[in-house]
Design a protein around this ligand. Structure first.
Ligand code: NAD
Length: 332
């Protein structure tokens, strides 16, 4: 039986990944600082270890000998309201770097056969993402580096860390740069939720003829990938002999207003979009409107070439599926 460890399996993508690996017959150990919010331990793993992975002693205990695969998804992270305000920069850099430093070293010590590391599209340079119609996120555009957030800088550092352990200690690594993953069982309130969940929640909570707030002018572009396709892509990357870094995302780019409109259309309610920005935003929230880069889209050419597979679910389908789940939570 394949023995796998999912670090950060108490979170959104890690939970889905662990559940899939468990269903495929693997022996799954999860380590996370918190329990999964929506699933019981036995639904997603054989063993759940509650611990702080910034502590090297915990990582020593979690990663033992005889492990086939480690999936490293643990990170101090959240949506724009968490990583782009500047308020959490020190924690994001300190905590996530410590986790990755501990994990890379321990995987070598315990001779783990293969390690997956989840990087982010946030590591791409800001100067290539100023035009919302035409962002460039092709893998080799990463340098000269200029991410627009400390979260992105930490991801870039940790990609290099895992690649250095690969070169110097033969650690067998696979690195993916995720582009906005969404879906059910994800954070949908509280400040760490991402745009699709935030839009859907606002729409579900709104009454007929209400307005929902969209941060910024809503013309910034992004693409969003459903978590089931993300997990499929991760497993295919792990089976391949390509180390990456490679994008895992959707190429269906939309504006944030279009994303909000999609949620409104699914609800069938008559709701208007209200774009809040500038002074009005600052007065209300006490920080600058955290919209991130103007444009971002996945570029999947390298993934298709190296892995021979591509994601293909339309955004609307994924939004529909996520809407049903968030609507249930809102009405609980
Ligand atoms: P998430 O916040 O739901 O999951 C991260 C998990 O890490 C959480 O369960 C958290 O408790 C755990 N964690 C944080 N600090 C820890 C610590 N000190 N010790 C142990 N566990 C700790 O986030 P997610 O959306 O599932 O993202 C998973 C990974 O993918 C992260 O590395 C994230 O940076 C990356 N990523 C996600 C997206 C996205 O759109 N969701 C995009 C790009 C990259």
């Amino acid at each position: 039986m394949k023995k796998v460890i999912v670090l950060g399996g108490g979170g959104f993508i890690g939970g889905h990944l662990a559940k899939r690996l468990l269903n495929e017959g693997c022996h799954v150990r999860i380590a996370d600082i918190k329990n999964h919010e929506f699933w019981a331990h036995n639904e997603i793993c054989n063993e759940f270890i509650r611990c702080d992975l910034t502590d090297p002693k915990s990582v020593e205990l979690v990663i033992d000998e005889g492990v086939d695969e480690v999936y490293q998804l643990a990170a101090d992270m959240g949506g724009a309201g968490y990583i782009f305000t500047g308020e959490n920069d020190a924690n994001v850099m300190h905590n996530s770097s410590l986790i990755n430093l501990n994990v890379a070293k321990e995987c070598v010590e315990k001779k783990v056969k293969k390690v997956f590391y989840s990087s982010s599209a946030c590591m791409y340079p800001e100067h290539n993402q100023l035009d919302p119609e035409n962002p460039n996120c092709i893998e080799d555009s990463a340098y000269p580096a200029n991410p627009d957030s400390e979260y992105g800088w930490e991801k870039l550092f940790s990609e290099r860390l895992f690649l250095a352990f690969n070169r110097n200690y033969n650690l067998n690594v696979r690195i993916a740069r995720f582009h906005n993953i969404f879906g059910p069982q994800g954070t949908w309130r509280g400040g760490k939720e991402k745009a699709p969940a935030a839009m859907i929640r606002k729409v579900c909570e709104a009454n007929e003829n209400d307005k929902i707030e969209v941060w910024g002018d809503g013309l910034q572009t992004r693409s969003f990938l459903h978590v089931f396709e993300c997990v499929e892509a991760v497993l295919r990357l792990m089976k391949s002999d390509f180390s990456g870094p490679v994008n895992i995302g959707s190429e269906e780019m939309v504006t944030i207003n279009q994303l909000a409109q999609m949620a409104i259309d699914i609800s069938g309610k008559n709701i208007e979009i209200y774009n809040i920005e500038g002074d009005e935003f600052f007065k209300k929230y006490g920080f600058k409107c955290p919209t991130g880069v103007r444009g971002r889209n996945s570029d999947n050419k390298l993934f298709k070439k190296k892995i021979g597979w591509e994601v293909n679910q339309p955004l609307f389908e994924g939004m529909n599926n996520t809407f049903d789940w968030i609507n249930l939570q809102v009405n609980k």
